[in-house]
Design a protein around this ligand. Structure first.
Ligand SMILES: CSCC[C@H](NC(C)=O)C(=O)O
Ligand SMILES: [Zn+2]
Ligand SMILES: [Zn+2]
Length: 411
């Protein structure tokens, strides 16, 4: 059991932290892991400095559409002073068996588990019928535009003829694994207020701060209404709009801090908003224009990120054979899947779905708190090893599937 864990630690120790990830080191490492497995390998640079690594385990029937196992190589930044172990050391706590590292849940675990599962399948003498591709993509954490999005838009991607893609999910605090068939759309919104400046001792209407605060109050009321739905139970996280303030920027700076007796002429606030497929985006946008950033209150807005248009969902029922195969394969590995959900945040799976390729978000992590983007992100050693066996079962089922309904055109 030590060798797979050591290999995982090695990957975790490569600094692929945004905004300056060492992608080449990660790619070189993965290629070194793929070599003994005799996988075909190619590096694609849609954007210079942002390599995407594609590996292929060639199936015996090239006419059948292929399987894609996707993972991203970048990770989010961290405040190392707030961690109990440095997030790039991949320290193992030998009492609990927990491996502490940025990327241990999101999602270097999954990338390495795919490879370890293939290693095990090869050792058992298994040969795939369908080809299995592994994509290691850059930049997911900053929107995936120079990674999965360009990959999926390429003719080369179309030529791969992918039937089904697997991408990241979320850890489950219970025994059952979580599976995702769609996701909320990210809207990263900045609202800006303007108003006449004035003496800090003067009471007057329509200052920039007052204008912005009215919007913040309105946004907070909306946030509370959504949160109440969640707290009442019966509504899933992926079915309510989340709104969280990401930054506040206002005030007149001085060498000793901010000027205290001056009401500034400009103020802005940034919000991370996530819009479920079940919510009418037009209605929400109208609320933004009329209540949250009305021009009549000297307000404007811009989106730093906005995914618009139809939100594509992957069928998670009997109409999609890949769903049943996944459920059964997890069961055969001794696990259980819970009711399929809408992913609360964003993943590269949205690009696959948009291109007509069904995609499930799935990370085989159970009995573990979700610590994505948090301090002290960790994964238990035993959970990591169990996840490899879950992928052994899934890859075996997917790569052996002979059914005709496996082409994306028919799904
Ligand atoms: C909008 S692209 C950023 C992607 C990131 N994904 C995850 C899973 O955290 C997010 O949802 O913030
Ligand atoms: Zn991720
Ligand atoms: Zn992430």
């Amino acid at each position: 059991d030590d060798a797979p864990v050591s290999r995982f630690q090695e990957y975790l120790r490569i600094n692929t932290v945004q905004p300056n990830p060492d992608y080449y080191k990660a790619v070189d490492f993965i290629i070194s892991q793929a070599k003994p497995l005799s996988l075909e390998s190619q590096t694609i640079e849609h954007v210079k400095g942002k390599p995407l690594l594609l590996l292929k385990w060639v199936g015996s029937d090239p006419t059948l559409p292929a399987i894609l196992l996707n993972s991203h190589t970048d990770v989010v930044p961290f405040e190392d002073s707030k961690w109990t172990h440095h997030p790039l050391l991949a320290h193992i706590d030998h009492t609990s068996g927990n491996i502490y590292a940025r990327g241990s849940q999101d999602m270097k675990c999954v990338g390495m588990q795919y490879l370890e599962a293939i290693r095990k399948l090869q050792a058992s003498g298994f040969h795939p019928l369908r080809s299995v591709y592994l994509s290691f993509v850059p930049d997911e954490e900053i929107g995936g535009h120079d990674g999965a999005e360009k990959f999926v838009d390429s003719n080369f991607f179309k030529s791969l003829n992918i039937a089904i893609a697997l991408d990241e999910g979320l850890p489950s605090p219970t025994e059952s694994y979580r599976v995702f068939y769609g996701e909320r759309s990210p809207w990263w919104l900045v609202i800006k207020a303007k108003g006449p400046p004035g003496h800090g001792a003067k009471l007057y209407d329509h200052s920039a701060m007052e204008n912005l605060l009215k919007s913040i109050e309105s946004i907070r009321r909306f946030r509370a209404s959504q949160f109440d739905l969640l707290k009442a139970g019966g509504t899933a996280e992926g079915d309510v709009v989340s709104v969280n303030m990401a930054f506040l920027k206002a005030g007149t700076p001085s060498p000793t801090g901010f000027v205290m007796n001056l009401q500034p002429s400009e103020a802005e606030a940034g919000f991370d908003i996530r819009v479920p497929p079940s919510v009418d985006a037009e209605v929400l946008e109208r609320r933004l224009v009329e209540e949250w950033a009305p021009a009549s209150r000297n307000m404007s807005f811009e989106f730093k990120q906005k995914v618009t248009g139809k939100q594509f969902l992957t069928a998670a029922d009997d109409s999609n054979p890949w769903w049943g195969l996944l459920e059964t394969a997890v069961k055969e590995a001794g696990g259980r899947t819970s009711k399929p959900e809408i992913f609360p945040a964003s993943t590269d799976a949205r690009y696959f779905r948009k291109a007509g390729v069904p995609a499930f978000g799935f990370s085989p992590i159970s009995n573990t708190p979700s610590l994505l983007h948090d301090h002290n992100e960790y994964l238990g050693k035993a959970e990591y090893l169990k996840g490899i066996d879950v992928y052994v079962s899934i890859i075996k089922a997917y790569a052996s599937y002979e059914g005709k309904s496996g082409s994306r055109d028919e799904l």
